[in-house]
Design a protein around this ligand. Structure first.
Ligand SMILES: [Fe+2]
Ligand SMILES: [Fe+2]
Length: 330
């Protein structure tokens, strides 16, 4: 039980008096890079920010299985199928670690999943785009997992212990995902003219949504400053987006593919690549629920949840039976 949850009048008064001191000690810990653990005192706003971020992250992992799951039965070889299956299973594991991390903050997994199914919870808007060809699986691994990796590596140093520790393993797996995607693109680009065109078409469709994955520009990002003070976030959205562009340009050159941005140009003064304006109206409309696949994604998740009910019930019944047996023999 966390002290801020104790619901008695006396406790509330005590907490109110101690609040400035507790907050100072909390921020001192963060400034000294000491991790905050589930039973430590934390400001309610810190807890809520983390629950929002970790649950959105968990939902993104789970919904993120769907676009690529679409190609599991149609992967072009047994080897490709095995790799893709392993990758999609990794994403399920990431979702489960992250729901567990959110639970350490007092959030209920059922309530989080219910919010997702009711269309109230957000998840990364990129997963509302369709996968039209096998090359999309390559582009997703290369760009979407690549962008996720850039976003997530700094989270290994996040101030909240359970989230930071979950991210260490997740990032190792994301790095494998990024390389498997790039390897698909390499194979396609070294193949026939038709395969190369497929790769270019996938890049054309996934490039801009990948840039949007870093979130709104810093000037419009309402949570960034506080999240940085709390060391939940270590870099701003625009810094991470720039890193992604700088990393992707030589990778696209090596594939001999063209990034779909005529304004993309190396800036000799900054040493970075300047890029064209992002269509934020598309981002907001997809986020609001009007992307090409939003409804389909939620319907698929709901159906999977309903069809898995008997598995959850069986697991709970088995757990209860084990508990009874343990009680009988102790
Ligand atoms: Fe993942
Ligand atoms: Fe991934």
């Amino acid at each position: 039980m966390y002290s801020q949850f104790v619901d008695t009048g006396v406790e509330r008064m005590r907490c109110a008096e101690e609040l400035p001191e507790l907050e100072r000690a909390f921020q001192d810990k963060i400034d000294s890079d000491i991790k905050i653990e589930p039973k430590d005192w934390m400001p309610e706003a810190y807890r809520q920010t983390l629950v929002r971020q970790i649950s959105q992250h968990a939902h993104s992992e789970i919904v993120g299985m769907l676009p690529e799951g679409n190609w599991l039965t149609r992967a072009p070889s047994l080897r490709r199928k095995l790799i893709l299956l392993a990758k999609v299973q990794d994403e399920a594991g990431h979702g489960l670690y992250l729901y567990s991390a959110a639970e350490t903050l007092g959030a209920s997994r059922e309530a989080l999943i219910e919010a997702l199914h009711a269309g109230k919870a957000k998840y990364s808007s990129i997963f509302n785009y369709p996968t039209l060809s096998w090359a999309d699986v390559g582009a997703i691994g290369w760009l979407v997992d690549g962008a996720a990796l850039i976003n997530q590596i700094p989270l290994c140093r996040c101030s909240y212990g359970p989230y930071a520790r979950a991210m260490v393993r997740i990032c190792k797996e994301e790095s494998f995902h990024q390389r498997q995607g790039y390897e698909i693109m390499l194979a396609l680009c070294a193949g026939s003219a038709v395969q190369k065109r497929m790769a270019q078409d996938a890049l054309d469709r996934w490039w801009w949504p990948s840039l949007m994955m870093f979130g709104p520009p810093d000037a419009e990002s309402i949570h960034t400053q506080q999240a940085m003070r709390w060391k939940i976030k270590r870099h701003t959205n625009d810094e991470l987006r720039q890193k992604f562009v700088d990393q992707s340009v030589p990778q696209a050159d090596y594939l001999e593919l063209t990034l779909p941005d005529p304004a993309l140009k190396r800036n000799e003064q900054t040493g970075h690549y300047d890029f064209g304006a992002i269509d934020w109206s598309e981002f907001w409309s997809v986020l609001k629920g009007d992307g090409p696949c939003n409804r389909q994604r939620i319907a698929t998740r709901r159906q999977a949840y309903d069809e898995g009910r008997w598995v959850r019930e069986a697991a709970l019944a088995y757990g209860a039976k084990q508990d009874r047996r343990r009680a009988e023999f102790s």
